[in-house]
Write a protein that binds this ligand. Structure first.
Ligand SMILES: NC(=O)c1ccc[n+]([C@@H]2O[C@H](COP(=O)([O-])OP(=O)(O)OC[C@H]3O[C@@H](n4cnc5c(N)ncnc54)[C@H](OP(=O)(O)O)[C@@H]3O)[C@@H](O)[C@H]2O)c1
Length: 298
């Protein structure tokens, strides 16, 4: 059976990967751009779900500007909490719903990887809007799944891997935070997971363990500096510059971030039988894709 998916968001890292990989799965995606479905308009988004009547809704758009959110609380809350909840209300028990959340719902103080049921305690506005969105969405959609993820990277859009490659190529001295730890996650791997579960999510009954919260992140843990160095080593080999470690306190930013929000993914393996590959392999694929795109463009 082909699963009919309504996807909000077409230009983000995860949104693009979902669309790119859709032909490899038995799904038919109708994707709505920001112009067609502004997530700052909960009623409109809910009406669109009602009109399309899909088997599964995927919210691949969000307010993701972590620092900017500190000054745009209301808009971030509308996009990350109100609208997913309005969509969930229309889905009810009839339609399945997937949304994404973040390791930034945690304060990073636990001392070991976070489980799905650990109490959230966000340090910033973005994390708080995501925490609210999770709770409100899941209480309105009994067939909802919140996929918490972390440090999403890809060959598209603006992200850390591309920024490091640009700075490395420009020969700029690189100083990157070395006391924040997490699990880098490939948008491609995340999209493959969601599309691989579309059939189950669209057909399972209320109460199935596939619904609720699950963590998805590539395996292993590193700091931002460790990720930066790995990216440059992959791209430049022996010519890669050394990335200098700095402390979070050396680079003040409007939003506080958890020092170790590392996600535990044992539920992912238990409930879905999925074991994410190491982050190094995922990042190597992204660097390769970017290099091939450069060769094609030359
Ligand atoms: N990136 C990370 O490191 C990270 C970490 C943990 C969790 N997550 C979560 O993972 C999910 C996907 O993230 P991502 O990295 O793919 O995001 P992204 O690359 O930052 O893209 C965000 C997407 O949301 C769209 N958007 C923003 N405001 C909108 C609005 N008012 N109406 C409609 N669309 C709007 C953007 O459209 P425009 O292109 O038009 O701006 C873009 O398509 C999000 O829920 C995010 O919170 C991300």
């Amino acid at each position: 059976m082909t699963i009919r998916i309504l996807q909000f968001g077409t230009t983000g890292q995860v949104g693009r990967e979902l669309l790119r990989q859709a032909p490899q799965h038995d799904v038919a995606i109708t994707a709505l751009s920001r112009a067609e479905a502004d997530l700052a308009d909960p009623e409109l988004c809910a009406r669109l779900v009602f009109a399309h009547k899909p088997d599964l809704v995927i919210i691949a758009a969000a307010y993701t500007a972590v620092d900017q959110a500190e000054g745009e609380l209301e808009l971030a809350y509308e996009i990350n909490a109100e609208t997913p909840t309005a969509i969930a209300g229309i889905c009810g028990a009839e339609r399945a719903l997937v949304n994404f959340s973040t390791d930034y719902v945690f304060d990073g103080e636990k001392g070991s990887p976070y489980l799905e049921d650990d109490a959230p305690h966000p340090l910033n506005v973005y994390g708080d809007t995501k925490r609210m969105g999770e709770r409100m969405m899941l209480s309105a959609a009994p067939r909802g799944l919140v996929v918490r993820t972390s440090w999403v990277v890809s060959a598209h859009g603006k992200n850390f891997v591309k920024t490091m490659l640009r700075l490395g190529a420009e020969g700029q001295p690189l100083r990157v935070v070395d006391d924040q730890f997490g699990r880098p996650t490939s948008a491609a791997d995340l999209a493959a997971f969601v599309l691989g579960q579309a059939g189950r999510l669209a057909t399972a009954k209320v109460g199935d363990p596939a619904y609720g919260r699950v963590h998805f992140a590539n395996a292993g843990e590193t700091s931002w500096r460790g990720l930066a160095q790995a990216v440059l080593d992959l791209a430049m080999g022996d010519a890669a510059p050394r990335v200098e470690p700095i402390a979070t306190a050396d680079r003040p930013s409007p939003a506080r971030r958890p020092l170790r929000g590392t996600l535990d993914t044992s539920k992912l393996e238990r409930v879905f039988g999925v074991t994410p590959r190491p982050w190094q392999a995922a990042v190597a694929d992204i660097v390769r894709e970017l290099r091939e795109a450069q060769v094609d463009a030359a």
